[in-house]
Design a protein around this ligand. Structure first.
Ligand SMILES: N[C@@H](CCC(=O)N[C@@H](CS)C(=O)NCC(=O)O)C(=O)O
Length: 231
């Protein structure tokens, strides 16, 4: 087995903050697979040109190159069907797909407002101008205008997370008694924040905090042992 994962890094090689990369890394651990995690910066497009596009995660598995977190995870589920399942069936795969879009459209944008300036500080110097230009074009405003790392935004995040909290009142994971891929989807933006920002997103008595702690400890503390702030 020769798995390689191109993984977004900041100024420091071990500062790994990309949510889609975190989804894939947790999925690999769930499958019991080890990959060489190759640090990659936004402006190193030539290093992943072989994949036919310019974004990470990129997974190389022998002769196969797979891009896009969702496609990578579906590939792993099929190629490593005899390893623990990430979905457990078609219905829960569909549920995870809903979770992906809920996260990307509702949760990630609020976290971005909170951590954006800290994130910018952690970028490699060679990425900063590209990041500022591309994100300001996308946002239609400067990073500083978009960022609101204040109590009101943290409250908005905690309110938006209410559906997750309701599930966790009834069971320890979205997957029931144990995590499945949807858990890693929602966990990933918390790893994004943890890698770059000291801001406390969750109250310590929140059920979501306890769920995040369990996932930080999963796979022998794989996520907890990654570079990040104790939040
Ligand atoms: N749909 C893709 C999104 C991947 C993506 O946006 N990756 C970001 C890092 S989080 C990236 O590589 N961006 C490169 C760029 O903005 O130039 C997935 O889920 O894999």
């Amino acid at each position: 087995m020769d798995l390689k994962l191109y993984d977004l890094a900041g100024a420091k090689d071990d500062c790994r903050f990309s949510p889609p990369c975190w989804q894939v890394k947790m999925a690999l651990k769930h499958k019991g697979l080890d990959a060489q995690e190759i640090p990659w910066r936004f402006t190193e497009k030539e290093a992943i040109a072989f994949s036919g596009q310019g974004k990470v995660p990129v997974l190389v598995d022998g002769d196969n190159t797979i891009v896009d977190s969702w496609e990578i995870v579906r590939y792993l589920e099929t190629a490593y069907a005899d390893h623990p399942s990430l979905f457990g069936g078609q219905a829960s795969e569909s549920g995870a797909l809903f979770m992906k879009f809920w996260c990307v459209q509702t949760i990630t944008p609020i976290i971005l407002r909170i951590i954006l300036l800290d994130l910018f500080q952690h970028l490699h110097e060679k990425d900063k101008a590209y990041f500022r230009e591309s994100r300001e074009k996308f946002l239609g405003m400067t990073l500083e205008e978009f960022a609101t790392p204040d109590d009101a935004t943290i409250t908005a995040l905690r309110t938006a997370l209410s559906p997750l909290r309701e599930v966790l009142k009834r069971q320890p994971y979205l997957g029931g008694d144990s995590p499945y891929f949807a858990d890693y989807i929602v966990f990933a933006p918390f790893q994004w924040a943890r890698a770059v920002s000291p801001i406390q997103l969750l109250a310590k008595d929140d059920l979501i905090y306890a769920w995040r702690e369990r996932l930080l400890d999963a796979f022998d503390g794989y996520a907890r042992n990654s570079f990040g702030y104790s939040t």
